[in-house]
Write a protein that binds this ligand. Structure first.
Ligand SMILES: [Zn+2]
Length: 258
């Protein structure tokens, strides 16, 4: 299977995320995806290694088998289907920011392609001919230092990957919960936060309000708002203010306070 050809190059961040998500969803081989990805991201002027590494890291965050099974079994337009679609966009967003972070780390470590141009190599080779021992030792040391910096950058990046994977698992679990609630209570579901005074502002605001199971709330399905979200879906409340309206006005209020 070949990856789809990009006709109009993306311009905005959202367009890039969309284009990369389509590429990831196409299900091509890693090699085919990489070739198409490098071409797609060319205008961003990121190094090849940054794009390649980011693709491999993003590809390692696969949807869980349990979730894939739920996707197969789910009714069309349910939370599980909606979340499966959005996971590709989250994966694409992670891939793009990871490639940018890796590229920046490479620049900081002096690993940018500019510093590896042929002229420099020739100069180094010439210098090596005149002072073989010193130059060799110096370049050995530099290479070792660069390797250490590369390893450190990758270690940092793996922490971001871990956060991405955790959020992905939370979204999958939350989608399955809302899918079950949809079957039990119907399309309109109530939002239930744990009432112990420790819920986040968004979760506390959403509590007591309803959402449509077939439309992902702007803060995500209950249980996936933040890493320690303990919210659950349940029967609809006798309330006519949707979760999105309440949360939206809370976000606006926060923005005004800044
Ligand atoms: Zn919550």
């Amino acid at each position: 299977m070949t990856a789809p050809q990009q006709q109009v190059p993306p311009r905005t961040e959202t367009e890039y995320i969309q284009a990369v998500a389509i590429l990831l969803a196409a299900g091509g081989t890693l090699a085919a995806t990489e070739t198409a990805l490098v071409a797609l991201m060319a205008p961003l002027k990121l190094s090849l290694t940054a794009i390649r590494t980011a693709l491999r890291l993003a590809a390692s965050a696969k949807m869980s088998p349990q979730f894939m099974l739920a996707v197969q079994k789910s009714s069309r337009g349910g939370p599980v289907q909606i979340t499966a679609g959005s996971q590709k966009r989250y994966q694409a967003a992670y891939l793009i920011t990871a490639a940018k972070r890796i590229h920046k780390a490479e620049l900081r470590a002096g690993l940018s392609p500019k510093k590896q141009d042929p002229d420099l190599d020739t100069n180094q080779a010439l210098a090596a001919r005149h002072k073989p021992v010193t130059t060799e030792r110096l370049s050995e040391k530099t290479e070792a230092a660069k390797d250490a910096q590369r390893a450190e950058a990758l270690k940092q990046e793996k922490l971001f990957l871990e956060l991405h994977k955790r959020a992905q698992v939370a979204r999958e679990k939350a989608a399955i919960k809302s899918e079950l609630a949809l079957k039990q209570h119907g399309k309109v579901l109530g939002w239930y936060a744990v009432q112990d005074g420790t819920a986040s502002a968004e979760c506390a605001a959403a509590h007591g309000h309803n959402f449509n199971a077939g439309k992902r709330p702007i803060i995500g399905y209950p249980g996936s708002v933040h890493p320690y979200c303990r919210c659950n879906p349940g029967p609809a409340w006798a309330d006519n203010q949707p979760v999105d309206i309440v949360v939206h006005s809370l976000i606006k209020k926060k923005e005004r306070a800044l």
